[in-house]
Design a protein around this ligand. Structure first.
Ligand code: ADP
Ligand code: MG
Length: 562
């Protein structure tokens, strides 16, 4: 790296102005970016009190030479660019020399740094923009920046912050986005003294699969190809897996996480018509383009970028997405064989695609909620692949997703029980003591009433332990896993709906029969009867269909009987 210098006025004037540090997560982001710009192989982030009490970021990067340390806190002082031309082709995360002074203006900052070839480290303390101490210090190579009492002198800023749980979630999201941007670097996140996340250096696909919650890389469809000025690479969740919000969408330009609405709309256009209404796709897309073709200096917090040719970039990304989805054998198999619910049951009136039609068709309209719709009488035939129930109906073969169907059954039962004052509990023979994180503890403490309504009997037992005495009846699976899932659902404000609704959905989902569960004839018959008794037997609450049909007409057409 070059020496740290204050940018000339003419360069500084071109830097997009605006507030850099608006919440703890912005400080975390700036500090991680500095570590990555310093070539760190490993970055550790520790936060306390949702980042307001303390943020500490430690790296093993190249450090800052002792004599340059005070300059790092001057406004527009940076080692990363020098001229206006540099501003036109930025290759580092930072470039404006604003982060450290902005943080030091609203907090107390202690920076300890040792350049790789230096005999000892240097430590500087800055509070409210004033240097309080500076001198040699014992520390290994690399840099640690500790920020305490963030916003202590700006009460107005403090008022705009969200709840501690939410601010903590935003910090975790920043760490995850940076971890996805740099799979080659190992990251650790500590929250109030406990490890909350650890991502050892990994391949891109491993990191992406981990952070998208995809389970395994095979569940993702690869995207690859040329875009204006460079290449795109990415992984897309299949259109059957969606979210009610855009929280599962990750976009990167030259390894910088961005919230580009252009790119987001392009990817969503690629998914168009493959998604149920009101659901959003899950993906991670990385563009590597010539830095001269992208302007990262348009947003004060560097969240968005502008491309030299926005129209062509949009078209290229939409096209690559479409290709990845429709060209994939996995999706083709789904669209080849998926048969719609017949028109008599509210399905699309137009002639359904035959089994060998390859173009993607629109699943959404056919499964619209309609409380008046009822299942026809179904005669159980058996189970297929331990996942689907086969049944004969008045006009052909029906395939029912056993998990989706059971989720629907349980969900409606929980709703009914809620209306009648609460869900029945099932006591545990031995109360279960569960270690939880401080964030989980806070979530539970704030929603004990909701948990009780759903049939959980939970007590706070010390500062880190919960005592679980009962779970919703009928309980299924491990009680501790169910409670963790329930807590995660309450805390996941991004998932939409209110906390009680999220809790109900999570409980139904967790306790439902799973794909892979073998069911005997009685269980199959019982599930069909239960499904028939629901208000809305055709969809699970994730928007997926519970049931598809192969009609007599389909069969006749496939066997060329007509
Ligand atoms: P910018 O990143 O835009 O240059 P900052 O205010 O974030 O501005 O940092 C100022 C300078 O301090 C950087 O240019 C860099 O030289 C130095 N610096 C900050 N953090 C680190 C770090 N973790 N390791 C090495 N150098 C750092
Ligand atoms: Mg920086």
């Amino acid at each position: 790296m070059r020496a740290i210098r204050v940018l000339e006025r003419s360069v500084a004037d071109r830097i997009a102005a605006g507030e850099v540090i608006e919440r703890p997560a912005s400080a975390v982001k700036e500090l991680i970016e500095n570590s990555l710009d310093a070539g760190a192989r490993s970055v550790s982030v520790e936060v306390e009190g949702a980042g307001l009490r303390r943020i500490r970021v430690t790296d093993d990067g190249e450090g800052i030479p002792a004599e340059e340390v005070p300059r790092a806190f001057e406004r527009f002082a940076t080692s990363k660019i020098a001229t206006v031309e540099d501003l036109g082709a930025i290759r580092t995360y930072g470039f404006r020399g604003e982060a450290l002074p902005s943080i030091a203006a609203v907090a107390r900052v202690t920076l300890t740094t040792r350049a790789r070839d230096a005999g000892q480290a240097t430590r500087i303390e800055v509070a409210g923009g004033v240097v309080e101490s500076l001198g040699p210090h014992g520390a290994p190579p690399g840099t640690t920046v500790e920020v305490t009492r963030l916003f202590y002198n700006t009460p107005a800023r403090m008022k705009f912050l969200k709840s501690p749980i939410r601010e903590l979630a935003l910090i975790a999201e920043v760490v995850q986005r940076m971890a996805m941007a740099r799979h080659d670097v190992s990251f650790r996140l500590w929250v109030d003294g406990r490890e909350a996340g650890r991502w050892p250096a990994a391949s891109a696909i491993e990191r992406v699969a981990d952070l998208l919650g995809a389970g395994s890389a095979e569940a993702l469809l690869p995207l690859e190809g040329i875009v204006p000025g460079g290449r795109a690479e990415g992984w897309l969740a299949r259109p059957e897996r969606t979210r009610p919000t855009r929280a599962g969408q990750y976009l990167f330009v030259n390894r910088r996480p961005v919230q580009s609405s252009l790119l987001r709309r392009a990817v969503e256009q690629g998914y168009a018509q493959l998604l149920p209404v009101g659901r959003f796709p899950i993906f991670a897309v990385f563009l590597e383009v010539d830095p001269g073709t992208v302007d990262v200096n348009m947003h004060p917090r560097k969240l968005d970028v502008r491309f030299a040719d926005e129209g062509r970039m949009f078209g290229a990304v939409a096209h690559l997405t479409r290709e990845a989805l429709v060209g994939s054998p996995l999706v083709r198999r789904v669209t080849e064989t998926m048969a719609p619910v017949p028109a008599a049951l509210g399905g699309a009136a137009s002639s359904p695609p035959g089994p060998f039609v390859l173009e993607a068709h629109e699943p959404s309209g056919r499964y619209e909620r309609d409380a008046a719709r009822r299942l026809p009488a179904l005669r159980p035939l058996g189970q297929l692949l331990d996942t689907y129930i086969l049944a004969e109906g008045p006009d052909g073969l029906y395939l029912i997703d056993q998990h989706a169907a059971h989720e629907r059954v349980l969900y409606e039962r929980l709703l009914a029980a809620r209306r009648q004052g609460g869900v029945a509990s099932q006591g545990l023979a031995v109360p279960l003591a569960l270690e939880v994180t401080p964030a989980e503890m806070a979530t539970v403490a704030g929603h004990l009433d909701h948990l009780a309504t759903l049939g959980f009997a939970v007590e706070l037992f010390g500062s880190r332990t919960l005592l679980l005495r009962a779970v919703p009846a009928p309980g299924r699976g491990a009680a501790d896993a169910l409670l963790h899932r329930a807590i995660a659902a309450i805390a996941d404000e991004r998932a939409g709906d209110d906390a009680l609704e999220r809790l109900t959905i999570a409980t139904a989902c967790h306790t439902a029969i799973r794909a892979g569960d073998r069911l005997g004839p009685d269980a199959v018959a019982a599930l069909l009867a239960d499904l028939a008794a629901t208000e809305d037997p055709f969809t699970c609450f994730h928007g997926r269909p519970t049931i598809v049909a192969v009609t007599r007409a389909d069969l006749e057409r496939w066997f060329l009987r007509r």
